[in-house]
Design a protein. Structure first.
Length: 125
């Protein structure tokens, strides 16, 4: 499979993705105290636009809610289905999160393919 075939590059593809999205996990979300940072105001905007937001902060261990929603400490703790994961992490920090989450997403979608990235893409389509 050619991974580049899965890239979203046009406004129409973005519209289609968002039209099929209801629940968005926000990995690396900030708290209300950091309201001026994209990792807070982008999820806030998405919530105001009608999306269900699932906060997954990597810091702030004392926080139990962000944007009025229960906080989960990792992607694998999220019950139910997630349509999209919005990531606010440095690129070198992302792999550790996905390696924990991918086996769970494969079970949810029934995927059994060779490439973990392909499996992830399929699970979120």
């Amino acid at each position: 499979m050619n991974w580049s075939a899965n890239l979203i590059t046009t406004a129409e593809q973005i519209r289609e993705l968002l039209a099929n999205t209801r629940t968005i996990a926000i990995l690396g979300i900030k708290t209300e105290a950091q309201a001026g940072q994209p990792a807070f105001y982008v999820p806030s905007y998405l919530q105001a636009a009608g999306f269900e937001i699932i906060p997954v902060p990597v810091y702030y261990p004392e926080v139990t809610q962000i944007l009025g929603q229960k906080v989960y400490r990792s992607l694998k703790e999220i019950p139910g289905e997630v349509d999209l994961v919005n990531v606010f992490r440095r690129s070198q920090d992302v792999a550790a999160h996905w390696m924990i989450f991918l086996p769970q997403s494969q079970r949810r979608c029934g995927c059994n393919q060779e490439s973990p990235m392909t499996q992830w893409r399929r699970s979120w389509q």
